[in-house]
Ligand binder design. Structure first.
Ligand SMILES: [Zn+2]
Length: 169
């Protein structure tokens, strides 16, 4: 089931990045190469590039520099998913070697994968069949901190309050 995720991070960040242009839309394979060139992305020695991604509400993949906030990549809009994506360039070949739902700005669930898979397929990108690493997010009901659940421990990293069993944004 498709769910639209709204930005849940601090207002200060959303305000600070409001003037940054929305992430580069990827509608075909060549768009990734265009984005790499136009934004002068650093390619690692092993041919890999890590980027921030969001999937807009129409199902299109957007890319931004890996140090970008997801809310900037999404132009402040709600998303179908968000996270980090790793491309590997091997000669003429371009592949997605890893992809995660790690975004504390949107806290998308692992169940957002089908929308990610659709966006990658529409762009003609070969990809793994699931998130390479998937994360669980909870908001602390006491101190409001956004937590990434580690090792299944449902406890707030800031105030040690028990976190809810279910996703709660
Ligand atoms: Zn807390």
């Amino acid at each position: 089931m498709t769910r639209l995720y709204h930005y849940v991070g601090p207002d200060e960040i959303a305000t600070a990045v409001a003037a940054i242009p929305i992430g580069f839309a990827i509608r075909q394979l060549q768009d990734v190469m265009r984005w790499i060139k136009e934004t002068e992305q650093h390619i690692n020695r092993d041919g890999s590039i890590i980027a921030t991604f969001t999937i807009d509400q129409h199902g299109t993949l957007h890319l931004a520099d890996r140090h970008s906030e997801h809310v900037a990549c999404a132009g402040g809009n709600p998303v179908l998913s968000a996270g980090e994506i790793t491309f590997v360039i091997n000669g003429e070949k371009l592949e997605v070697s890893a992809i995660t739902n790690q975004s504390t700005g949107y806290c998308p669930q692992a169940s957002s994968w089908p929308d990610v898979a659709n966006a990658l397929q529409l762009a003609g990108l070969a990809a793994p069949g699931h998130f390479s690493s998937s994360y669980e997010f909870r908001r602390c009901r006491l101190c409001q901190a956004i937590n990434i659940i580690k090792d299944g421990v449902l406890e707030c990293a800031l105030c040690e309050t028990a976190l809810p069993e279910d996703w709660n944004f």
